[in-house]
Design a protein around this ligand. Structure first.
Ligand SMILES: Cc1cc2nc3c(=O)[nH]c(=O)nc-3n(C[C@H](O)[C@H](O)[C@H](O)COP(=O)(O)O)c2cc1C
Length: 266
């Protein structure tokens, strides 16, 4: 049990006000009963984050922090949450007074004040620029790794080969389909070889990937030839969707596929 220590509400209000000033995040309170939901309070954290002194922005709507590059869909999410008096968390591109862009993780929630008999909105703003930039960098590198691990190599005027390496998940499969689609549209090639020799696991994702690639190429008038297809894979694929209805050619090695193409062209 704690000791009974009491201070007047005036003193605790002062403590809370100071504490809010130093929480290390921006805090804004707005009054939606006034025209355009203006700011009625900001803490020191908000001034530090945005560079705007409180007296310059009292009475304004917070949208002055947005700019041309702020995603309008995210702004709509905020607008709807306010309209429905709901809490929401969004990451918005915002701009400081000196024009510098920062990523603002905005937490917004309504608070009903019994004494005023109305709802106010509290916004808590955190600068998450570093995390967003790291995420962007990671996604750029993943894209690059995926591009490098999906090299489409032209081997004759009418044929290219894609040697697949590693594992194929949904994300990679979509990138592969997109890249092969673009390549075939540009070159108008007759044959496309997919070499599965370097695939670590022939699971249902790869199986369906082959079928989707076949459908895509078929629509574009290009024939799919699958190489590096081993008996074990064939057994596994029998248990999954059927390849036999499709007009896909299978060879165990690239060499066999190439000699077939050579004979066909004679
Ligand atoms: C308490 C509160 C804090 C807000 N803080 C921000 C903010 O830091 N950055 C921002 O871009 N928008 C912020 N907004 C959102 C805008 O004020 C506005 O609601 C939003 O742009 C959608 O309305 P509009 O389409 O009329 O502009 C905040 C809104 C409220 C209610």
């Amino acid at each position: 049990m704690g000791k009974d220590i009491r201070y007047s509400s005036e003193v605790t209000d002062q403590f809370v006000k100071h504490a809010i000033d130093y929480v290390g995040a921006g805090v804004v309170i707005t009054d939606p009963s006034l025209p355009d939901n203006p700011i009625i309070y900001t803490n020191k954290g908000f001034e530090k984050l945005t560079g705007y002194p409180t007296e310059e922005i009292l009475g304004l709507n917070c949208r002055f922090l947005q700019g041309e590059d702020t995603d309008r869909d995210d702004v709509s999410i905020v607008r709807n949450a306010i309209r429905n008096e709901e809490a929401v968390v969004v990451e918005l591109k915002n701009y400081r007074k000196n024009g510098e862009m920062f990523w603002n993780e905005l937490e917004l929630y309504p608070i009903y004040l019994e004494s005023e008999q109305k709802t106010f909105f509290v916004g808590v703003q955190k600068d998450v620029t570093e995390r967003k930039q790291n995420e962007e960098l990671v996604s750029h590198y993943l894209e690059e790794v995926s591009r490098l691990s999906t090299p489409i190599v032209p081997i004759t005027d009418t044929t290219s080969i894609l040697p697949l390496i590693g594992d194929v998940d949904d994300r990679r499969l979509n990138q592969i389909l997109e890249r092969v689609g673009e390549h075939v549209q540009k070159t108008g090639e007759r044959n496309f070889l997919l070499d599965l020799q370097g695939i670590s696991r022939f699971h249902s994702g790869v199986h369906h990937g082959v079928l989707r690639l076949y459908q895509l190429l078929d629509m574009m008038g290009t024939r799919l030839i699958v190489t590096g297809f081993h008996p074990k894979m064939a057994m596994e694929s029998v248990q999954q969707a059927d390849f036999s209805d499709q007009n896909i050619k299978f060879y165990s090695t690239v060499k066999q596929a190439l000699s077939f193409l050579e004979k066909e062209n004679r």
